[in-house]
Structures are given as C-alpha cells and as structure tokens.
Design a protein around this ligand. Structure first.
Ligand code: SAH
Ligand code: MG
Length: 213
C-alpha cells in the first residue's frame, strides 16, 4: 500500500465503476490470484485513454486480458496489441477476448516480450508496460523505438508496494535485483533525453511519460 488505506478506500468509494463484464472478469482474476490493475489505476488509465484517445495501443503483460479489455472499452477507436508469455494464461485471455466480442480489436502475441518487441514494426501512441518489473529497463530501448512522437508510455507497479524507498538491504533478498533495476528504470525515465515523466503514487506506483518531438 503506497497511500494510506483509508484514503484509497475513500477515493475508490467515489468510483462509478465499470460495465458488468469487466466486473465479472475482475472478480475472476482476483479470485484466482491474477495480479491485475487496481481500482485507482483503472480510473487513472481510463482518464488517460479518454483524454489522449490513442489509436494504437501496445500492452506488455496481458495476464487474462482484464486491462486489455478495459482499454478497449475506454479507447473504442484503438487497435490493441498485447504480449504474454505464460502459457497457462494465454488461452484464458484469448477466450476472454472472444467471449466479450473483442478479438477483432485485440491481438494477442504469445512469447517473451524481450523477443517479441524487436519483431514489431508498427508505432504505438500508447504503450502500457505491465509485465515483469525487473525487465522494464531492458525493454526500454525497444519501447522508445515503438513509441510515436507525442505518444504515452505508462508503466505499472513501479513503487513496489513502497519498498522502492527502502535501502536495497532492507528489502527481502529475492526482491533486491528488482529493486535495483526499478530504481535504474525510474532514473532513466526521468533523465532520458526526449522523454518527460511523472511518477505517481497510484495503484502500486505508476509512471506516465510522453515522448517529445
Ligand atoms: N495487465 C494485466 C496484468 C498483467 S500481470 C492486467 O492488469 O489485467 C503481468 C503479466 O506479465 C503476467 O501474466 C506475466 O506472465 C506476464 N509477463 C511477465 N514477464 C513477461 C515477459 N517477459 N514476456 C511476456 N509477458 C510477461
Ligand atoms: Mg500491474
């Protein structure tokens, strides 16, 4: 929890909610421990999509398709490409895209993002990074190539439930590599030429970056 629980409860209590099919899928994901975007992050994403009106969205980390479906709901003009490498989740996501009538608008590419990203030739005006946190920094050169000028890069789970502010030695050993890489990623986003980034305590921490001309 990055912000006080009561504050988050208050913020979420004001939310008007999503269509039923998204609630149904959200419940399924939570019941089966699939780590999907949180309520406050959903609201922020929805705002970004409504204001930015992307036409081509790239998502890294499909899971069972919740965020892809949410994006297609709130960016109705967008074509979405989403990448997932976990073979147990791929058929579930595919099934959900068919079930909710979105398989013509959402294209799922199976494979490791590190291998898939270099094969993509389109540019995207909205990229949602939501896969293995320790890999974000490695994806960045390819992401910069794929992001159009004026396009947004949104990265989820960047504050590691608050662990990011602790010393590397205060976080449990298995999270230390991710901790270091995430700090490097945040530094890169904030200092890279041609990119303007805000780091926000939304959800599990999010960055929003715009690529300049
Ligand atoms: N965006 C989804 C949640 C994604 S959870 C939602 O909010 O609904 C993160 C997903 O990234 C997991 O399903 C995981 O299998 C996938 N992932 C992790 N590393 C990956 C990689 N290297 N390539 C592709 N997908 C990856
Ligand atoms: Mg996430």
């Amino acid at each position: 929890m990055i912000v006080e629980e009561r504050m988050l409860t208050f913020i979420n209590s004001l939310d008007a909610g999503n269509p039923d099919y998204l609630n149904e899928l959200e419940k399924y994901a939570l019941d089966t421990y699939v780590p999907i975007i949180r309520k406050d992050m959903q609201a922020y994403l929805k705002f970004l999509l409504r204001s930015h009106r992307p036409k081509k969205i790239l998502e890294v980390g499909t899971a069972v398709g919740f965020s892809a479906l949410l994006m297609s709901e709130y960016a109705p003009e967008a074509q979405i490409t989403t990448i997932e490498n976990y073979e147990k989740r791929i058929p579930i996501a595919r099934e959900n895209f068919v079930k909710y009538g979105k398989s013509d608008r959402i294209k799922l590419i199976e494979g490791d993002a590190m291998e898939v990203l270099p094969t993509l030739t389109d540019t995207y005006d909205f990229i949602f990074m939501d896969a293995a946190k320790g890999q974000y920094i490695n994806y960045l050169p390819e992401i910069m190539r794929l992001l159009s000028v004026g396009g947004l890069l949104v990265s989820d789970n960047v504050l590691q439930d608050g662990d990011i502010i602790e010393s590397k030695y205060a976080v449990v050993r298995r999270d230390r590599t991710i901790h270091t890489r995430m700090r490097d990623y945040l530094y890169e986003l904030k200092h890279m030429e041609g990119l303007t980034t805000a780091i926000l305590p939304v959800g599990d921490g999010v960055t929003v970056s715009v690529k300049e001309a």
